[in-house]
Design a protein around this ligand. Structure first.
Ligand code: AQP
Length: 349
């Protein structure tokens, strides 16, 4: 069966390389991992692709969120994306709950995806922990909603980190099964797209854990809203090991905390690891951390200042998000109509 739905319409009459869908959860403070692992890459992708960037509040409530904090974080994520260079005019930047088609298509996919497929999702096992019986049903069917997020725009490409690859595979399985079940190529099979180093930033307190919004220690991450003092303090306190800084890449083996700091340095300066090792040769860890502080401040400082400016005008952020939702609804509404028609729902006259 062909996947003819895979050619995206041109944007502003210019043919793009495809249609991208990517999202971020408003579950706490945006951090350096979100910036280097996702947002910075999106800024590069928007030049070539038609992009739909969404703030996934429906996903966020699969774990309980404080309502006031959820609203604050939703605006902060929008501000962080715009301050980092995401263009909300030429792309759609919006909140997932403002586009009802996501939840509606997710229900259809709840009826397409097989329980066995969901049982294999490692993220559910990680997030539910030992107490699976007490996890929300939403957390269990989260991958079906993610598939709906992507396919409700017939996205052709999805930027994915290591941890999301399995979910994209499931999305492709759902698209394929839907197309087969109904004998019609409604959905394209979206491809992963990787731009930039695709790096994973680890916790500053434990090199084996990824930097995360929900880590209870604020010292584990550099928030995009941290000022110079906070960045300096967190980097000075960042866990290292008793050995001197490495001189070669091979010496980084088995030293996750040192490797993480050096990877961060490389990503922030757009240098390779050997270039960074040449830069820092002969430094003590403390001098290296001071230099890294200057570099982090030079990248995050201007973003932080712009985020603060935007956050001082929440009504303006809401307007931008509302315009983004209008664009998204126009596309998603049509795809949902096609899906409802395909499965045999009676049209509303
Ligand atoms: N540490 C990281 N390194 C590289 N990329 C990261 N991302 C998140 N953490 C890192 C990428 O940021 C995008 C948005 O992530 P998300 O907010 O949707 O969910 P997440 O991956 O679960 O991020 P967190 O910070 O760990 O959130 P919580 O604590 O709420 O679960 C994704 O592209 C992700 O890969």
């Amino acid at each position: 069966m062909s996947t003819s739905g895979s050619t995206p319409p041109p944007r502003n009459n210019v043919q793009t390389a495809g249609r991208i869908l990517s999202g971020i959860q408003p579950t706490g403070n945006l951090h350096l991992g979100n910036y280097l692992g996702a947002i910075r890459n999106w800024v590069g992708l928007q030049k070539d692709y038609e992009c739909f960037f969404l703030i996934v509040d429906l996903h966020a409530i699969t774990l309980w969120q404080d309502p006031a904090e959820l609203r604050r974080a939703t605006r902060e994520v929008a501000a962080g994306m715009i301050a980092s260079g995401v263009d909300p005019v030429n792309n759609a930047l919006f909140v997932q709950s403002h586009v009802p088609a996501h939840a509606e298509l997710a229900w259809v996919f709840n009826c397409v995806a097989r329980i066995g497929w969901l049982n294999r999702m490692t993220q559910f096992k990680d997030k539910a922990g030992k107490n699976r019986e007490n996890a929300s049903a939403g957390l269990y069917v989260y991958p079906n909603l993610m598939a709906a997020d992507i396919l409700v725009y017939k996205a052709t490409h999805v930027p994915v980190g290591e941890d999301q690859k399995q979910h994209l595979e499931l999305t492709r399985d759902i698209a394929q099964k839907f197309n087969n079940d109904y004998g019609k190529a409604v959905f394209p099979l979206p491809e992963p797209v990787i731009r930039g180093p695709g790096m994973r930033v680890m916790s500053l307190r434990d090199g084996a854990k990824k930097m995360s919004k929900s880590d209870e220690s604020d010292y584990s991450r550099l928030n995009m809203t941290d000022d110079r003092d906070a960045i300096a303090l967190k980097l000075q306190k960042a866990k290292t090991d008793p050995l001197p800084l490495p001189a070669t890449e091979a010496e980084l083996e088995g030293r996750p905390e040192a490797a993480n700091l050096i990877n961060i340095y490389a990503a922030l300066t757009d240098k390779t690891i050997p270039e960074v090792l040449a830069d820092i040769s002969g430094l003590q860890f403390s001098a290296f951390k001071s230099r890294l502080t200057d570099i982090a401040v030079s990248v995050l400082g201007p973003i932080n200042a712009e985020m603060q400016r935007l956050m001082n005008d929440p009504a303006e952020i809401d307007k931008v998000l509302s315009r983004g939702a209008d664009k998204a609804n126009a596309v998603a509404g049509e795809v949902l109509k096609e899906v409802y028609d395909t499965v045999g729902f009676l049209p509303r006259r």
